[in-house]
Ligand binder design. Structure first.
Ligand SMILES: C[S@@+](CC[C@H](N)C(=O)[O-])C[C@H]1O[C@@H](n2cnc3c(N)ncnc32)[C@H](O)[C@@H]1O
Length: 297
């Protein structure tokens, strides 16, 4: 790959996905894009770049997807899910007792382990959520990971990463070497492709946003813009959960850390008073179905 090819790819990735590559990541590009160029029958990265410059949107999308890091696993880092069960949900159950509705957004849900971990947490709460409307929206830039998430099918290796054995037995069915999460848990999640760089105000307002291990790939300016836009789609008394290496501190006053709960944030009061996008139900019939699903397991 020539230096101009590298600069072209760096800029394209920054513009299309927010990925902020330093000047010395040629090896990363090569390890991800050489297999793609071979698959496309091209001689190498320079020819791939030529195709992209020629305006091939399909190739551009494939390159952007190939450069995403989709690493995830069930109950990743554990602590955020403890916060969800022990801090977030008790507050939500009280605050929304009359409304009985809850909207959760997994803003970079990858192959589904994160949204399904949340769905299983909710299932474990059983009767406490009987009669509630619960929506979990899982979005990601990559169509490929969304398809895997929708299918909810995981290898033995994947289910051995982070998932307690009791939950595997309770919520999955084995099919040969693979495990599929049960249909009632799958039905709790709605999937949509979504690039965090683009407008997401049309999603409505959420009680809880999990946006973990994606902002680490972006530069400060992009993180700040996304935090400000996330603050507009979280309820004034809602929650933002970030990854272990991510924080709002020093970047924005749109959110403040929740005391003694690492990775957990709330919108700032002053920001909370700002106009919010109207809450919208995403797919009404499915939502109604989900309320039923929550009570059957
Ligand atoms: C490392 S995974 C994190 C998955 C999960 N949140 C977790 O913490 O386990 C990062 C995900 O962010 C997605 N992603 C990268 N850039 C994105 C963007 N601009 N908009 C939305 N998703 C993006 C990737 O496709 C990938 O699936």
């Amino acid at each position: 790959m020539t230096p101009p090819d590298y600069e072209y790819l760096r800029k394209l990735l920054k513009d299309h996905s927010g990925l902020d590559l330093s000047a010395d990541k040629q090896y990363l590009i090569e390890s991800r894009l050489l297999p793609l160029s071979r698959k496309a029958g091209l001689s190498g990265i320079s020819e791939l770049v030529q195709k992209m410059k020629g305006g091939s949107t399909a190739i551009i999308a494939q390159v952007v997807e190939a450069m995403t890091t989709n690493e995830t696993f069930f109950f990743r880092d554990k602590v955020p899910f403890d916060h969800f069960r022990d801090s977030i949900m008790p507050e939500i159950l009280k605050a929304r007792a009359s409304r009985k509705s809850l909207r959760i957004w997994c803003a970079a849900g990858s192959t589904g382990q994160e949204p399904y971990s949340l769905a299983m947490c909710l299932k474990e709460m059983g009767a406490a959520l009987a009669g509630w409307r619960v929506e979990i929206l899982a979005t990601d830039l990559s169509q490929e990971v969304i398809e895997k998430s929708k299918a909810g099918i995981y290898s033995q290796f994947e289910v051995q990463r982070g998932l307690p054995i009791q939950m595997l037995v309770k919520y999955f069915k084995q099919n040969g070497e693979l495990w599929q999460i049960n249909a009632d848990v799958r039905a709790m999640i709605q999937h949509r492709p979504l690039n965090l760089l683009h407008d997401f105000s049309q999603l409505g307002v959420f009680d809880v946003i999990f946006c973990r291990n994606v902002l680490i790939y972006f530069d400060q300016e992009t993180k700040i813009k996304i935090f400000d836009r996330l603050a507009k789609v979280v309820e004034p008394d809602g929650f933002l959960v970030l990854g272990a290496a991510e924080t709002v501190v020093g970047l924005t006053d749109a959110f403040r850390p929740y005391p003694e709960r690492r990775g957990l944030y709330r919108p700032n009061d002053a920001r909370a008073a700002q106009a919010k996008a109207p809450a919208v139900a995403m797919v009404a019939p499915k939502v109604a179905a989900m309320a039923g699903h929550l009570t059957d397991g």
